[in-house]
Design a protein around this ligand. Sequence first.
Ligand code: T5A
Length: 252
Amino acid sequence: MPSEPCVRSEPRVASEPWVRSEPRLAGEPRVASERGASVSGAGNSVSPGRFITLEGIEGAGKSTVAQLAVGWLAARGITARVTREPGGTPLAERVRKIVLERGPEAVSPQAETLLMFAARSIHVENLIRPALARGEWVICDRFTDATRAYQGYGRGLDPAWIEQLALAVHGDLQPDCTLLLDLPVALGLSRARGRSGTAADRFEAEVEEFFERVRTGYLLIAQHNPQRVRVIDASRTLPDVTEQVTRVLESL
Ligand code: T5A
């Protein structure tokens, strides 16, 4: 696991297809500490919000880690909000239903991507940006790295197109830190299928090779963004994963 903490500006790697120089929108701040801050306690210490995302293949443990992180932060007096993508607001959850459910009509990779970004746009505008502006921490189960990994590496869509959509939808809003829960595909799928009592959604019904491409994509994203993305060995026991995650949170 890389040793450096998540920091907010990272070197750009020219060869990485997901990397581009993101222009700042006029008047829009770059990072969480500029976006909003709240005064904590009786003193004048500023407690800016942080935008933390959780990524990984099916069954990696993202929901479990999200709850763990919010509890760890609450014990330290930090208000954190757990949310997820696609979804997170009532309207975005309706889009989630559309994009995940299996139905008689084909959903092209392009349509899938546009639906993901439609949900994200609603989520960013109505939940993520306002929470960060209040100085809250946002723990988000999946964000744009999921589109890069699933629709880009998994479905084979043009990474440049995905970056254009990302820029249009959330400008230069980027996670302050991303925890990539990495584990072998077979283990993730067995955990996900073992837990779920419901029918497989469109993604869960995919073949293992698809998830292998997604996992490889995630690891490449981590490799090219070592300061933002921290890789957690999610194949370990929950206490071990908890320890890895809290070490990262302590560094923020
Ligand atoms: N998608 C999403 C895209 O294609 N593009 C996008 O842009 C976006 C945003 C969303 C789907 O949409 C796709 C990706 C997804 O296919 P989802 O609900 O977010 O779906 O995704 P899932 O990965 O399917 O969520 P899961 O709930 O299945 O997985 P989690 O949250 O990673 O796993 P979790 O925490 O529920 O854990 C699974 C089981 O394992 C146990 C848990 O108790 C649970 O039973 N567990 C462990 N067991 C042993 N050791 C550990 N360390 C464990 N950690 C958890």
